[in-house]
Write a protein that binds this ligand. Structure first.
Ligand SMILES: Nc1ncnc2c1ncn2[C@@H]1O[C@H](COP(=O)(O)OP(=O)(O)OP(=O)(O)O)[C@@H](O)[C@H]1O
Ligand SMILES: [Mg+2]
Length: 363
């Protein structure tokens, strides 16, 4: 997938800017605060219907404006063009058009334009709270597996219903039939989600190994899925996972009624990343964390390509300040020939094969 052109109108600090990157590796440079990350965020909007780092639509609206508009044109590996238009006004919800047709649901865009990001904020995937790693898995799988995205959205609705039921049931007033029905629905969806996550992390680790070997310091990496409802083994069947989840729900029924919430399921699971069998989150140095994250994103790029047969667009924010020059060199080598990437940096870099553009010259 390749971005041909994007125009930003009243988006963040840019009243009107057009960016037309080349194939291969692009470097967008400019001083701090010149709006480089803003441009990456706009591209992210057109690919995945949302900004970076959980930002809200209204935060992306230029302070002096009452609407923003993004117009973008992508072309896939078969030469098929996809145009995406995102518009937002203070007075109405965001609208997304793909090839001039308005989407009924934003989720309809997910997966059409595969896109991977690397940014300093995402270090939280490696060393932050479990929800960061769940979001990492959910984002990756939603782009590559339509059933996963549908089941995840359904799971969230069912979870909310089940929590509402638990919240309003007094200790002696359990609508047990109703609760059981929601428990069953939730367990079926949990089986589907968790089995997809297990295959994902196994496949991803296969991609990650050689990449980390190239970038890291000789440690042996490992990923394992930490389920909130028991021990799972790689490759476990969906039905078996559903059965375990149901069984655990039965065992903790009274605790859930007491705590008035759903205490287990994929919304409480985590991935454990290790280097030489030691948890990365707890023991890795700053450099190891960053190297781990970039290898993880490069592995994701390969995973997406293998699953979708389409090289994803890669957005890398502040790559040069995050890694030392030796590792940056290796990352650039790995990026070469693996689709289009857009890197931001404060300084222009004279590197062969890298197309440099100053953000301040785009307006
Ligand atoms: N909604 C908005 N309206 C107007 N300006 C905004 C809006 N949101 C952010 N900005 C401004 O955009 C600038 C930040 O842009 P951006 O983060 O893209 O900079 P950058 O070039 O990536 O900088 P750095 O090198 O420090 O990462 C800030 O000056 C901020 O005040
Ligand atoms: Mg920035």
């Amino acid at each position: 997938m390749r971005l041909q052109e994007i125009t930003l109108v009243n988006f963040r600090k840019h009243p009107d800017l057009t960016f037309a990157p080349s194939d291969g590796i692009n470097l967008l440079y400019g001083p701090n605060g010149s709006g480089k990350t803003n441009v990456l965020e706009a591209v992210h909007y057109c690919a995945l219907a949302k900004g970076l780092n959980k930002s809200l639509d209204r935060e992306c609206l230029n302070f002096a404006a009452d609407y923003f508009l993004l117009r973008s044109k992508f072309v896939d590996e078969h030469g098929i063009e996809i145009s995406v238009k995102v518009s937002y006004a203070k007075t109405s919800d965001k609208k997304i058009q793909v090839n001039s047709e308005e989407l009924k649901k934003y989720s309809g865009l997910i997966g059409r334009i595969p896109c991977i990001t690397f940014s300093p904020m995402e270090l939280a995937v490696v060393n932050g709270a479990p929800q960061e790693r769940r979001r990492f898995m959910d984002n990756a799988l939603s782009q590559t597996n339509k059933r996963y995205l549908d089941d995840l959205l359904r799971y969230r609705r069912v979870l909310q219903q089940r929590n509402t039921l638990l919240a309003y049931s007094g200790d002696n007033d359990v609508k047990s039939d109703s609760l059981e029905a929601w428990t069953e629905k939730l367990s079926l969806l949990a089986g589907s989600i968790v089995s997809a996550r297990l295959s994902f992390i196994e496949h991803l680790l296969g991609c990650f190994h050689p990449l980390y070997e190239k970038l890291g310091l000789g440690e042996v990496p490992g990923f394992s899925y930490r389920a909130s409802f028991g021990k799972l083994v790689p490759g476990m069947a969906e039905e078996e996972i559903t059965r375990i989840v149901m069984q655990r729900f039965r065992e903790i029924g009274s605790q859930e009624l007491y705590r008035k919430q759903t205490l287990l399921g994929p919304h409480r699971d985590d991935i454990v990343f290790t280097l030489n069998d030691v948890e990365v989150k707890r023991y890795a140095s700053q450099g190891q964390l960053r190297t781990f994250l970039i290898a993880l994103k490069l592995a994701l790029q390969q995973f997406v390509q293998e699953v979708k047969g389409e090289k994803p667009l890669f957005l890398l924010d502040d790559l040069f300040s995050e890694l030392d020059s030796e590792r940056v060199g290796k990352v650039l080598e790995l990026l070469e020939g693996s689709g289009q990437s857009i890197i931001t940096a404060t300084e222009k870099q004279d590197i062969e094969g890298v197309h440099c553009m100053a953000v301040e010259e785009l307006t």
